[in-house]
Design a protein around this ligand. Sequence first.
Ligand code: HEM
Length: 538
Amino acid sequence: MWKYYNAIIKRHGAGSQLSFVRNLSVGGVLSQQAQLEWLDTSPPRNDEKWQQARPYGEMPGPSTMRMLSYFMPGGALHNTNLIQMNRRMREMYGDIYRMPGMMGKPNVVFTYNPEDFEVTYRNEGVWPIRIGLESFSYYRKVHRPDIFKGVAGLVSDQGQAWADVRNKVNPVLMKVQNVRQNLPQLDQIAKEFIDKLETQRNPETHTLNADFHNELKMWAFESISFVALNTRMGLLSDQPDPNAALLAKHMGDFFNYSFKYDVQPSIWPYYKTPGFKKFLKTYEDITGITSNYIEIATKSFGNDDNRKTKCVLEQLLQLNKQVAVAMVMDMLMAGIDTTSSACLTILYHLSRNPSKQEKLRREVLRLLPTTKDSLTDENTKNMPYMRACIKEGLRITSITPGNFRIATKDLVLSGYQVARGTGVFMGVLELSNSEKYFPQSADFIPERWLKSDLAADIQACPEARSRIPFVYLPFGFGPRTCIGKRIAELEIETLLVRLLRNYKVSWLPETPLQYESTIILSPCGDIRFKLEPVGDSM
Ligand code: HEM
C-alpha cells in the first residue's frame, strides 16, 4: 500500500502531499495506516485519460507562502468567511484551483464544474471520506475513549468504522415511516411555537418584540431533541429545563468553535491552545448533559420489548449504547442551526414573494381548515407546492455552501490530474445560483420543481430547472448524504404549515436577508417579519 502511495507522491512531486500523509492523522488521532486504508489501493492510474490530463502542479493556485500571506492582515482572505473566501479565490484563480494543505490538512482542489462533482461522487466508493471535523475524532477517540469506546460517530468517522455506524442507523433515521411517527409531537411543538410568538407579537404593528432567529433556534432545538431523546426540553416555555438551556448555549458555540479549529488553519493538532481547551470543555458539557438525558429517557421506556412502535432513542440504544450516545449528540449538533437557518431562509423568500405565499396558503388551508385541526399522515400526504417552496428556498440559499470529499481514487478533474488523498470542495451554492443552470436564478420560482400544473395559477415550469442533478445538492449526495434530511424536511414542513396557517408574513427591512458563514450559512443582521393573523374564517 505504501508503495503505491509513494508512487503517487513521486508522480505529483508535491511535498505537501507527503506532509498530508504524515499529518492528516490529526495529532495522532488516527494511525497513518488507517488513513491509507481509506484510499484505493490499486496501482497508480495510467489510462489514456489520465496521461492526457495536465499535471496537478499546473492547476492554478497559490503556493503555501502566498496562501499564508492571504490570511495575514491586509491579505486577500484576511477575516473572510467561508463564502467570501471561496468567491475571492474563484475570482483570482478561476473555476478550478488548488489550495495547499496547511497545518496537517490535505491539499484541496476547489471546483465549480458539475462534471467534476459527478466524477468525484461516482468514484467515492462505498466509504466516502469527508474529513473536516477532526476535533470530533480527537475528542471522542483520544480525549474520551472511556465514553465513546472507539466510536467517533457519523460526522467524523471514516472508512469501515463510519460504515458500521451508518449501516446500523440508516433504517432508524432515513426510513420515512420511522421518522414520520414523530409528526404529532412535532406538530404540537410547532403549535407551542406559534403560541409563544403570539405572546411576543405586537397586536397593532404585528411585529415581534423578540429575536425571531433565536426563537427559531429554540424551536429547532425542541424539535430535534424530541426526535433524538424522546424528551421535551421546555425551551418554548417560560421555564426551560436549566440543563436544556445550557445545552442550547453550548450547541450555539459549537459551530463557531468548529469553524475556528476544524476549517481555519490551527495549531491545535500539535499544541492545545487555551481556546482549544475551552472547545474541549464545551464538548465535555455537551456529552455530560446529553448522557444524563439519555439515562433519564431510558428509565421511562420500561421493559416491554414487544411494543409495536419504538422511539428513535430506543431503537438506537438497541443497536449499541456508544452508537446511541454519539448519534444523539451528532443529531443535536447537526440539527439545530441547519434546520433553523433553512426555515428562516424559506420564510424570507415566501415573505418577499407574496403571490407565492398566497398560493402556498391555499394549499395549507386545505390541510388545516381551522387552526385547531391537527396535522396527520393523511392530510400531509399531498403538499406539492410546500415541497416545491422548500426546494426552491434551499436552491437559492443552500445552508451548506459546498460539499467536500477526499478523493479515494486518482481523478481527472477539469482536465487536471488529482491524486487520491487530495480534498475536493464542490461549490454547489454558486452553481445552484447560476443563470447557466437555473434561468432567472435570483427569483423564487417554486414552479421549477413541480411535475405538473397544480391549478390555473400554479403551472409547472420544469424547463426552469437544470437537467444536471449535481448542481442542486442541499443535503449532499451518495451513501454519505445527510442522515437528518427526512427529519429536517418533516420539521420544516410542519412549522411552515403552522406559520402560514396562522400568519400572513412580510419582510420589514429595506435590505435583503444577510448571511454569515462558518461551517454553514446562518442568517444575520436585521431580521424582522410582520406577522398578520390569518384567522379561521378565511
Ligand atoms: C435543512 C437542514 C439540513 C441541511 C441543509 C443539512 C445538510 C447536510 C449536508 C450537506 C451534509 C453533508 C452530506 C454529504 O457529505 O454528502 C450533512 C451531513 C449530516 N447531517 Fe445534515 N443537514 C440538515 C439537517 C440535519 C439534521 C436535522 C440532522 C440530525 C439528524 C443532520 C445530521 C447530519 C449528520 C449526522 C451528517 C453526517 C452524515 C454522514 O457523514 O454519514 N442534518 N447534512
